[in-house]
Design a binder for this molecule. Structure first.
Ligand code: AMP
Ligand code: TRP
Length: 332
């Protein structure tokens, strides 16, 4: 059975882009694949979040993934820092990736431009991401379009390591959905929807239905009055078409053929999105009232993850010439 791995940062306010670009597809993979999903709290440390918030967001992210259909019984769902092998393999990845390769990453350039303090961790972020993926002999990595470059770099790292040290890692491929891979901000439709940019243009998964409807009603379109799918000339309208298409399992072109006015398009998009979000919001309300149960499920997930991760790390260390780890001295 092919293995699938993906990760998401535990920052607050997961949004519609995360759902359509990633989470929905993660849930779909569980039936015919061995799925491993991770809340990547070590990646979040690259921007020094408040400790109390990080703790809260990590549990909330896990509860949200479960609410969005990731079943901890069928998948392996865990928190990255609970499995020490991620940080350990990341060092070997940093010694495999080139400085020049990391410097070309557009996500690094974007984030660095927006920050006063740029940590070394923000720079080496893709090396940790490669460790996440390679530890599980991953075949497929379902992500939104913004992660394409990171997954391609992960492939290059795996191939370089295998070339240097002999066959060690499975070389993974990304899977990017045809619609929903790049949900844009409703107010600034040339920027992608994002949780780090606070904006009336971001639709949070847990936002109330009425607020979601209001945001779609106020979505920026253009001064023409023609419904047509053309992301370059008509980014706002095309974003709505893409969201409705993704939420209803059609193509944006087919959806465009059904509308002549912006008002009904906005209203139907809001309705389709609210139908997707309703069950998630309801399950989240139940799960978040029992954080101990969420923590218990995560601990069981970490246990499952560790078995595979430990075997892969050992293989990588042995192949690279590190000595076997001596057993712990018996305590006196
Ligand atoms: P992040 O929130 O950056 O940890 O991203 C988690 C997942 O959501 C990744 O697979 C991203 O590619 C995906 N994602 C984030 N923002 C968007 C967006 N605006 N449209 C589609 N997918 C997105
Ligand atoms: N960098 C990814 C993002 O910002 C999150 C992530 C970390 C990830 N490790 C991963 C995604 C491994 C896929 C596979 O969205």
């Amino acid at each position: 059975m092919a293995r699938v791995f993906s990760g998401i940062q535990p920052s607050g306010g997961m949004h519609l882009g995360n759902l359509l670009g990633a989470l929905r597809n993660w849930a779909a993979y569980q039936s015919e694949h061995e799925a491993v999903y991770c809340v990547v709290d070590l990646h979040a440390l690259t921007t020094a979040p408040d400790p109390a918030e990080l703790r809260e967001h990590t549990l909330a992210a896990a509860a949200l993934l479960m609410s969005a259909g990731i079943d901890p019984e069928r998948s392996t769902l865990f928190v990255q820092s609970s499995v020490g092998e991620h940080a350990e393999l990341a060092w070997m990845m940093e010694c495999t990736v080139g400085f020049g390769e990391l410097r070309r990453m557009t996500q690094f350039k974007d984030k660095a431009d927006r920050s006063d303090f740029v940590s070394a961790g923000l720079f080496t972020y893709p090396a940790l991401q490669a460790a996440d993926i390679l530890l599980y002999d991953t075949d497929l990595v379902p992500v939104g379009d913004d992660q394409r470059q990171h997954i391609e770099l992960c492939r290059d790292i795996a191939e370089r390591f295998n070339h240097r040290y002999g066959d060690t890692f499975t070389v993974p491929a990304h899977v990017i959905p045809e619609t929903g891979a790049r949900v844009m901000d409703l107010q600034n439709p040339t920027d992608k929807m994002s949780k780090s940019l606070e904006s009336a243009g971001t639709v949070a998964i847990l936002e109330e239905a009425a607020a979601v409807a209001r945001k779609f009603k106020r979505a920026v379109t253009d001064s023409e009055n023609e419904v047509r799918y053309d992301p370059v000339a008509k980014p706002g309208v095309s974003n709505l078409l893409g969201i409705l298409a993704s939420a209803s399992g059609r193509t944006p072109q087919a959806v465009a053929g059904e509308y002549t006015q912006y008002g009904p398009l906005k209203a139907d998009t809001a309705d389709a999105v609210n139908s997707l979000l309703d069950p998630i919001r309801n399950r989240y309300a139940e799960l978040s009232s029992d954080p101990a149960e969420v923590a218990r499920l995560l601990a069981a997930g970490a246990d499952k993850a560790r078995t595979t991760a430990a075997a892969t790390l050992k293989r990588a260390q042995t192949n690279a010439g590190l000595l076997p780890r001596p057993p712990l001295a018996p305590s006196s």
